[in-house]
Write a protein that binds this ligand. Structure first.
Ligand code: NAD
Length: 427
């Protein structure tokens, strides 16, 4: 198995060498500040005790408290969490947030646990890492297979332990230790929309720079989950023609490549009823599958659209299919959907690719606003949240665009160099 942390470091070192950053300083930055491995015993309902292994990797806190999600997955490895924590350091620097980078994980397939066991595991993890976290130290959030409900258990456990230890901190600061909470647990209105919304802010900035008109741009979105759905909705609201969408079971588009704009709210409603998006060809207020064409996820990526938005999985555009990609713009809404090789190949061909650490930074920006509202003991409305995300993302885009012009390179290298310069204190 390839060591994803090793590969990530190698590529960042190569970029930093190309742009003559201090190699020793970069090498030092790349290694996490602190690696914590914990064991979490859980009393299962059958009377057995199972011991789970968990990690919290605190990568870098030069720009502020460590920040990063907690992943529950049977394939979690220390190396994967290290790579993800490094990406968080870069992402927060790109979005200019007062945060460092971190990531956590537990090796577990959450589907094998009952809800009560999952709650014990979540609370046990917080007990194990209690001393590491806090609103000014390290602020976890949801990631793969963790959600607002789990954040609710975690923050509740954190508050309980703090009180047991005689903490005098006001409750709002204790709540600020976790983000991605539900609104009843002082979560943020608009957090669910934040990542997709932020991606569309970036897309609008990009087409403006390129002198393109949204109404003339066709868009295909892979993945119709939290990120893809909202991306499709906001893109459509902004005048883009979203002509194909997909979920894990397949994709839907127009029969004859006429590419009519899909009615996204109706596609969503239809998907809720049918369970799959490929049975939902909805245009102009009507769903009529006979006019649509169910296609595979692979075909969606190769459609002759202007803009491709991979919003599901990593590495979906790779050595095998890169030559078949026809889009001129790719927005990396998933983490790592375009392989390094494909990125180089497509960029050389003139495709503009917005890298994940910029494109999907709306999510961590939403987390930052949740943390801020908790610290300030306020409650932002959804409109206020989206307005603030818009401002932060526009500024981030401008910074990276200008860096790319200065360095005469593509947006991925520009983002990496821009973040590194901040993290190494060179600018
Ligand atoms: P999600 O689970 O809500 O949705 C994932 C979507 O991908 C679903 O529609 C699923 O059907 C689809 N999918 C799964 N396998 C697929 C396949 N083989 N082909 C096509 N589609 C497939 O997840 P999400 O929160 O929307 O996250 C999507 C991606 O965005 C992930 O890479 C995640 O790390 C990244 N991301 C998410 C956030 C966030 O705030 N949710 C923030 C930053 C990055």
């Amino acid at each position: 198995m390839t060591d994803i942390f090793f590969e990530t470091k190698k590529s960042i070192l190569a970029i930093s060498k190309k742009f003559r950053l201090n190699q020793n300083a970069v090498k030092e930055f790349l290694e996490p500040n602190k690696i914590t491995e914990v064991k979490i015993p859980v009393n299962l309902e059958d009377g057995q005790v199972e011991i789970f292994q968990g990690f919290r990797i605190q990568h870098n806190n030069k720009l502020g408290p460590y920040k990063g999600g907690i992943r529950f997955h049977h394939n979690v490895t220390k190396e994967e969490i290290m790579a993800l924590s490094l990406w968080m350091s870069l992402k927060c620097a790109v979005a200019d947030l007062p945060y460092g980078g971190a990531k956590g994980g537990i090796i577990i397939d959450p589907k094998i646990l009952t809800e009560a066991e999952l709650e014990k595991l979540s609370r046990g993890y917080v007990r194990a890492i209690y001393d590491l976290i806090g609103a000014g130290k390290d602020v976890p959030a949801p990631d793969v297979n963790t959600n607002p409900k789990i954040m609710g258990w975690m923050v509740n456990e954190y508050i309980k332990i703090s009180k047991e230890k005689g903490s005098k901190l006001p409750e709002n600061l204790l709540y600020a230790t976790f983000t991605g909470k539900s609104e009843k647990d002082r979560g943020l209105a608009g957090r669910t929309e934040a990542t997709g919304f932020g991606g569309v802010v970036i897309l609008k900035e990009l087409v403006q720079k390129l002198g393109l008109k949204p109404e003339k741009q066709t868009v295909a979105v892979q993945g119709f989950g939290n990120v893809g759905q909202y991306f499709a909705q906001f893109a459509s609201d902004s005048g883009f023609k979203v002509v194909a969408v997909s979920d894990s079971k397949g994709a839907i588009t127009e029969k004859n490549h006429q590419f009519k704009a899909l009615d996204i709210p109706l596609v969503l409603k239809c998907k809720m009823e049918k369970g799959i998006v490929s049975g939902c060809y909805c245009v102009g207020g009507v769903c009529d599958l006979s006019r649509g064409r169910p296609i595979s996820n692979e075909e969606l990526l190769e459609l002759p659209v202007d803009i491709l938005v991979p919003s599901a999985l990593e590495n979906v555009i790779n050595k095998k299919n890169m030559k078949k990609i026809k889009a001129k713009i790719i927005i990396e809404m998933a983490n790592g959907p375009v392989s390094y090789e494909a990125y180089e190949y497509l960029t050389k061909k003139g495709v503009v690719i917005v890298p994940d650490i910029l494109a999907n930074a709306g999510g961590v920006t939403g987390s930052y606003l949740e943390w801020k509202q908790n610290i300030e003991n306020k409650k932002y409305t959804k409109d206020e949240t989206l307005k603030m995300i818009e401002g932060i993302m526009e500024l981030a885009f401008d910074n990276i665009w200008n860096e790319a012009k200065r360095l005469k390179t593509h947006l991925k290298e520009a983002s990496t160099v821009h973040a590194l310069k901040k993290l190494l204190g060179d600018n």
